[in-house]
Design a protein around this ligand. Structure first.
Ligand SMILES: Cc1ncc(COP(=O)(O)O)c(C=O)c1O
Length: 397
């Protein structure tokens, strides 16, 4: 067994990819798969984007790593661009989404502490959430399957139903520091928060001196057709965690905050050996060149329409296989009318890669550079998969 020396934490598909080209992944034996998983919303500009590869190679020839005790020009430039493009004034760079969330949670607690409220450390979170696999982020996500067997749940997280503003109101106490939400739940099954709910959360935070923390690890960096998903609602957070798409496949995350929210994070309060590493900064800046390029987000919205129309038509023609279609931009979910694992297997057999999620949903998260023709090719493969599922249901009936 090739993987015998590895932890058994993943049940892996028997696929060995050797190369990637744009929206395609190619196995060791030369089979081509259409990659609509993008490493779970990671390879935002596709595999092997020449501008990003070039930036990585160029930086590799200069210097790979510098400690954060020195000034790192790539960090300063990248942070300036991120703050210019968003609500934020300050950025802390990390290597992953969970670390960006850890920084976001610490920033919120430390803010309350620095304002004379050390007792305000609790964070309200939502059912169906996913925020990572560290001890604090599994507590924030609150999913029993990720918490079981890992000792006492890290204290300080109060979970309520997604979308239930009265439940949020009831959960807020004198010990609450902030509210943490994914504007579109990813793992939870592509569940977008309504504009009304986002606005109500913002209002509640303002009324009680709480910080609104967004987890845009999956929904950010153009994924929904805006640079960040919260822009659809017009609601701005105080703190935001970002990762995945921002590095295009290089391990990179960031915690963004307003100057006020970040005001407790003084020298020595937080740190990371690798966060903001020159290689990561070169890649992040190059990804941003692409995503902030003229017309890029409009193209994401345009190709999203091709998907939406195609998926709606599939749902109409295969109601026995597809129950619902949801999502925004290129963060799309297909709720299966059969066990989703069955549909996912048929999708993979059609050489299309997609990602399972909660609520019997399969996620389609193609690279943001996907063309309308590639979208149509993916839809054709999805139709083949739906046909296969229908045929096998008939056989067993
Ligand atoms: C919304 C969300 N938050 C946090 C994370 C954790 O990110 P990472 O796996 O990079 O730690 C993920 C990863 O899937 C995610 O989807």
């Amino acid at each position: 067994m090739a993987e015998a020396a590895l932890y058994d934490t993943y049940s892996r598909a028997p696929l060995r990819f050797e190369r990637g080209e744009g929206v395609w992944l190619i196995t060791e034996t030369g089979e081509r798969y259409l990659d609509f998983g993008a490493g779970v919303a990671v390879t935002s500009v596709g595999h092997g984007h020449p501008h990003v590869v070039g930036a990585l190679k160029e930086q590799a020839d200069k210097v790979w790593h510098l400690s954060n005790v020195y000034e790192i020009p790539g960090q300063e430039a990248f942070a300036k661009r991120l703050t210019d493009a968003t609500f934020a004034d300050k950025v802390f760079f990390t290597n992953s989404g969970a670390e960006a969330l850890e920084c976001a949670i610490k920033t919120a607690r430390r803010y309350q502490f620095s304002k004379g409220h050390p007792e305000r450390f609790r964070i309200v979170t939502f059912e169906g959430a996913f925020h990572g696999r560290t001890l604090a982020t599994i507590a924030a996500g609150g999913q029993e399957k990720y918490l079981e067997g890992f000792g006492p749940k890290t204290p300080g997280f109060d979970q309520v139903a997604f979308g239930d503003i009265e439940a949020v109101r009831a959960a807020v106490t004198d010990e609450t520091a902030g509210i943490l939400i994914e504007p579109v739940q990813g793992e939870g099954g592509i569940r977008p928060a309504t504009t009304e709910f986002m606005k109500a959360l913002r209002q509640l935070c303002d009324e009680h001196g709480l910080l609104l923390i967004l987890d845009e690890v999956q929904s950010g960096v153009g994924r929904t057709g805006k640079l960040f998903a919260h822009e659809w609602s017009g609601v701005t957070p105080d703190i935001m965690a970002v990762a995945k798409g921002i590095g295009g496949g290089f391990p990179l995350g960031a915690c963004l905050a307003t100057a006020e929210a970040a005001s407790g994070m003084k020298a020595g309060t937080h740190g990371s050996t690798y966060g903001g590493n020159p290689l990561a900064m070169a890649v992040g800046n190059a990804v941003l060149d692409v995503v902030l390029g003229e017309g890029f987000l409009q193209q994401v919205r345009d190709v999203s329409l091709v998907f939406r129309q195609g998926l709606a038509s599939l749902k109409d023609r295969y109601p026995d296989v597809i129950e619902d279609v949801r999502g925004e931009g290129l963060m799309l979910g297909v709720k299966a009318a059969v066990p989703s694992a069955e549909l996912l297997q048929a999708i993979r057999a059609a050489k299309l890669l997609a990602i399972p999620a909660g609520d019997n949903v399969i996620r389609l998260l193609p690279p943001l550079v996907v063309t309308p023709d590639e979208a149509r090719e993916g839809l054709a493969r999805l139709e083949r998969a739906a046909e296969t599922v229908r045929a096998s249901a008939k056989k067993t009936a």
